[in-house]
Write a protein that binds this ligand. Structure first.
Ligand code: ATR
Length: 282
């Protein structure tokens, strides 16, 4: 197995999957492949010619890779984004485990069931898209979207409406209005689906004084405890950082490739160790 992306600076996926293979005694290995955009088609063909089990796909290939697959699962097709390819019986099948990884983390670690709840999602990139589709699948009642670049939020909104319009109420809030009174009042789940928070000193994108009591705060940032999570903790609000989403999306890819249940504790521990080793000072 492996991961196709460009550039691949320090992907954690090889560490996660190789630890899982070792733990279960499986004769597989997972490698990083820096694949330039112009080489993507050749690289995907090589999954077949090299008889690989499958690969993960990351930035910037998640969308373009759909053109080279034999089959794409329904959720991945709606998102137009594939992060996992399975090579089975000579065919390449595309999946996306990011959204389901988020849900597993939210339900299992956060003990939060999105069914019938109201969410506020900030961001409109790949993470926001995966999370929004997953929340709809899980029966969320409404989603408020906002993003710094309004056009990107509109594109995400249109994609959601096109595919799952009748299943959830969607609304778009202008980024400049995100802290306006009233918007956050009835929200049950707030999600930072942007990269803001990865670096010490990053700003808070939302005024935490607006959080209603008992709102669940989820931050997709996984490399450090963000200011957002610290503010949630100060207010005794239930919260989670993005490590779980990262681990669960990997366990779901692992399951697709091996049909085995991934050793989740092992994978989480190895990730924690990695973060301690490369600890960001703040
Ligand atoms: P991912 O796949 O992780 O979601 P992405 O597609 O690059 O990554 O999306 C990053 C998200 O973080 C976007 O919603 C981006 O907002 P823009 O669409 O306006 O670029 C958001 N983001 C990044 N830096 C930001 C900042 N300083 N303030 C607000 N939003 C930011």
């Amino acid at each position: 197995m492996g991961i196709f992306g460009y550039p691949i600076v320090h992907s954690l996926s090889p560490v996660l999957h190789n630890a899982a293979f070792a733990k279960l005694g499986l004769d597989f290995v997972y490698l990083s492949f820096p694949v330039k955009p112009e080489d993507l088609e050749d690289a995907v063909k090589a999954i077949k010619s090299l008889n690989m089990v499958g690969v993960n796909v990351t930035i910037p290939h998640k969308r373009n890779v759909l053109d080279y697959l034999d089959e794409v699962d329904h959720q991945a097709r709606m998102m137009t984004s594939v992060n996992t390819i399975l090579h089975q019986d000579g065919r390449l099948i595309g999946y996306n485990t990011d959204g389901e990884g988020f849900l597993e983390s939210l339900r299992r670690e956060g003990e939060f069931d999105p069914q019938g709840k109201r969410a506020f999602v900030i961001g409109a990139g790949g993470a926001a898209c995966a999370i929004s589709f997953a929340l709809v699948k899980a029966g969320i009642k409404s989603i408020i979207l906002t993003n710094r670049t309004r056009e990107k939020a509109k594109i995400l909104l249109e994609r959601l409406k096109k595919n799952v319009k009748d299943q959830c109420k969607f609304s778009l809030v202008d980024f400049s209005q995100r802290n306006s009174p009233g918007i956050m009042d009835k929200v049950d789940l707030f999600i930072n689906a942007t990269s803001v928070g990865m670096h010490a000193g990053d700003p808070l994108l939302i005024n935490p004084d607006l959080f209603p009591s008992n709102i669940f705060v989820y931050d997709v940032v996984y490399n450090r405890k963000t200011e957002l999570l610290k503010e949630a903790e100060k207010r005794n609000l239930p919260s989670l950082g993005g490590i779980g989403m990262l681990v669960y999306q990997a366990t779901l890819s692992f399951k697709i490739w091996t049909s085995r249940k991934a050793p989740i504790d092992e994978m989480r521990n190895i990730l924690r160790a990695e973060f301690n080793e490369h600890k960001v000072k703040d």
